[in-house]
Ligand binder design. Sequence first.
Ligand code: PGA
Length: 257
Amino acid sequence: MRKQAILGNWKMQLTLEEARKLILDIKLALANFKGEIDIVVCPSAVHLTTIRYLLPDYISLGGQDLFWKDRGAYTGAISALQLHDAGCKYVILGHSERRREFQEKDEDINKKVIAALKNNLIPVICVGEKEEEKEKGETKGVITTQLEKAIAGLDRESARKIIVAYEPVWAVGTGKPAKGEDVEKVAELIRKIILQKFDQRTKEEVRILYGGSVDAEIIEDFVSQKEIDGALIGNASLSAEVFAGIIKNTIKIKKSY
Ligand code: PGA
């Protein structure tokens, strides 16, 4: 059975002091946590090494992006090698904000995925259609293209390690989450693509998350679905209480499921 995962993406929202306070508050709020699911926080790169030493052993660290070269003259860039060295186990790749604000292309994301896996990071590959694409009925095509390009060239063994986060662009940061049953259909599509490219085992092992305006109540709508294995949380991960609520509800639902 796949282990559920809840990731908090802190984006560029916090000062170091705020990030320190948040992780300490999360620790307090999760005092009774027993490792039932994977928990990951993704602070700004400049805060990683401080947050790393404040983390309890049941919370892992993730990066928010990387550049695909390991080292070299690339001013301002951060490599997979450096993220791993800073204590990261995961890295978010292809987030819609990176695609929109930094013109990231599917081909770039593929290079990043390969670099992450080479450096023992678990890539959390974000895919999702824009509002106008949804209205034109293009969701399936968009997800298929984004995913196939992002995982091009992977072998089965590497593919089994990836996480795919379905984040419809219109749901990210808008307060308008998608519906669980619609996300379940996209998750089925994602598994079908994985099966076609790899094999049955890979299809069953890859974890699929939902992201986009998740809070402590709506999480139930997603994790009660068979093919959804957790969530990638933006705004709601900035409140220790809400983030812990999402984690507790995920554990509760999957237990009763
Ligand atoms: P949100 O962001 O939860 O604020 O909608 C999700 C994300 O960007 O991953």
